[in-house]
Each structure stands twice: as C-alpha cells, then as structure tokens.
Design a protein around this ligand. Sequence first.
Ligand code: NAD
Length: 301
Amino acid sequence: MLRLVSRRVAVAGRKDGSWQKRVKFSTAVRSGRLEGKVALVTGGASGLGKATALEFIQEGASVVLADVNAQLGRQAAQQLGPKAEFVECDVTVEPQVAEAVDFAVVRHGRLDIMHNSAGIAGPPTATDVARLDLASFDLVMGVNVRGTLAGVKHAARVMSPAGAGSIICVSSISGLMGGLGTHPYAISKFAVAGMVRSLAGDLCRRGVRINCISPFVTLTPLVVDQFTQLYGDVGRQRMEQIVDSVSELRGARSEEMDVAKAAVYLASDESKYVSGHNLVVDGGFTSYKHLNLPMPEGINP
Ligand SMILES: NC(=O)c1ccc[n+]([C@@H]2O[C@H](COP(=O)([O-])OP(=O)(O)OC[C@H]3O[C@@H](n4cnc5c(N)ncnc54)[C@H](O)[C@@H]3O)[C@@H](O)[C@H]2O)c1
C-alpha cells in the first residue's frame, strides 16, 4: 500500500512538537444520529472498520461485523457490546457476502447502512511495474475492488425494495493521486472511487445513496504491518512520528475516529441529499502541491 520515494522523509517529531497538540475528540457526547438504524460493516474486526462500528453503535445503530478473521471478529463484537454481532465473511466469496447481508436483514428486519471497509494492502514492494506480480495484483483487486462491489451489489439487493439506504465504500488518498501507494493498491483504490461514481446514478434512482471516504495514512494494524515490513519493529511512537512527518495539517494527526465520524455523517440522514461523493479525510494532503519555483535571486541572467 505505502510507497517509498527517493526523497527521504524526516521521521523525527516536528520541532515545535505540534503533533502532540492534536485535537482529542470526545466520545462522550452522543445525539443518536443513527438511532434505530441497522449497519453491516465489512472489515469490521479491525482498524477503521472496527472504529466505525463503535461510532455507529454510540450513535444508536445496531451493527453486524463481517470479516474474514473470525477470531478477531468475535473478539471485536464482544468488545463492542450487545448491539454488535459478528458474521464470518470473506468478501471475495460472493455467497458469503450475500449471507452476511441476509443475516443482518433476518436479524433486524432491514439494512440501512452498508459500510465496505474490508481491504488489504498487498506487498509494500510492488512499485516497479516492469516486475509487477500479477497474482498479487489479482489478490488485492479481488478483496478491495471485487469484494467492495459484492458488498454494494447485495446491499442494493435489499435496500432497493425499501427505496432507501446508505452505502459507503473506502478508497484512499492513493486513489486520488498517483505515486502515493504501490501499484496494485493504488489501482484498486482508484477503482473503488470510480465504482462509487459509476454506480451512483443507478442507485439514486432506487433511493439508495452511495458515497466514498478517502482516508490519509492512519496507524491501523494494516499500516503498522506495512511499516514493520519497511522499517522493522521500530515501535508505535516512531511510527506515529513517521505519519506526522508526512502529514500537512499542523497540530492534528489522522486517527481512526476521523474516518469513523465521516462515516457517521454519510450513514446518517444529515447527508440525505449527498450521493456519489468522495469525502476526503486527509488534512488537505491531496488538495495542493507547491509550485517550487526558484527564488528570483537564484536565476542567473
Ligand atoms: N489505515 C490507513 O491508513 C488507510 C488509508 C486509506 C484507506 N484505508 C482503507 O481502509 C480500509 C480498512 O483498512 P484498515 O487500515 O482498517 O486495515 P485493517 O487491516 O486494520 O482492517 C481491515 C480488515 O479487513 C479484513 N479483511 C481483509 N480481507 C478480507 C476479506 N477478504 N474479507 C473480509 N474481510 C477482510 C481484515 O481481516 C481486517 O479486519 C481498507 O479498505 C484500507 O485500504 C486505510
């Protein structure tokens, strides 16, 4: 997923210690923005999916976690309490996705929110197209693109008759600009963002909304694993410094909760007229590039 470039990044914390002043979001205030709603979260056993499930529950939803990692999934459901249930599901196997959707509907009578967070990074070394391993490309595309599409398809199957629902897909900053991820990962995330655009019209006509979230690098198990492959076991604090050193927004760090809260907005009725949107949660990272023109005194006539 992550892509190293020849430019060396500073891994020390910012000199002014600004990353330490990051905003702490309160989880205490809750207004029931998802009261009574039913959500299915793929990839819900870990990272961004699990954080989103927690946020959904705290906003009043019942959540079914669907994940290929049964041990982690059961553990997560237990941690999240009585409003969470787990169903084992490999998103690359369509009947299992269909079963997970049906499980939620049988259990709760309907499905209001489908959050497709299941994803894999692939090897961090896949940056040379001339040596690309197409088998590992297929693997990444199978989970990230086909798996997401299966989630959308089966959510649409049960949401269409109800004429309502919110589907959320997870892309990445790697799906917005070239050069930020390995080729398989970046291509898969461009495809997820494109999928949302491609399907929005079809789903709009059924009363179903579909949107995308594109997060910045966030220290989930997926990223910790990638960093460990690249840097060795350098420890959590060092990894946080690495993330801070590549971030653009001073004084804030990308956290799981940032994505989870974006998902609450897209899942809730507050976004009732928002569809086909890509909600970028990257602290401004992909919104600009500096034009590094030489200073006038550096130009020799
Ligand atoms: N963490 C980041 O920096 C970041 C940034 C941008 C986008 N994303 C995307 O966010 C999503 C969640 O990633 P994360 O960082 O929380 O990673 P994570 O590894 O913590 O969680 C991913 C979950 O998906 C599950 N999963 C993997 N393959 C699956 C399959 N075939 N079927 C069902 N479940 C499967 C895993 O078991 C895991 O529980 C991914 O789509 C990822 O590409 C992450």
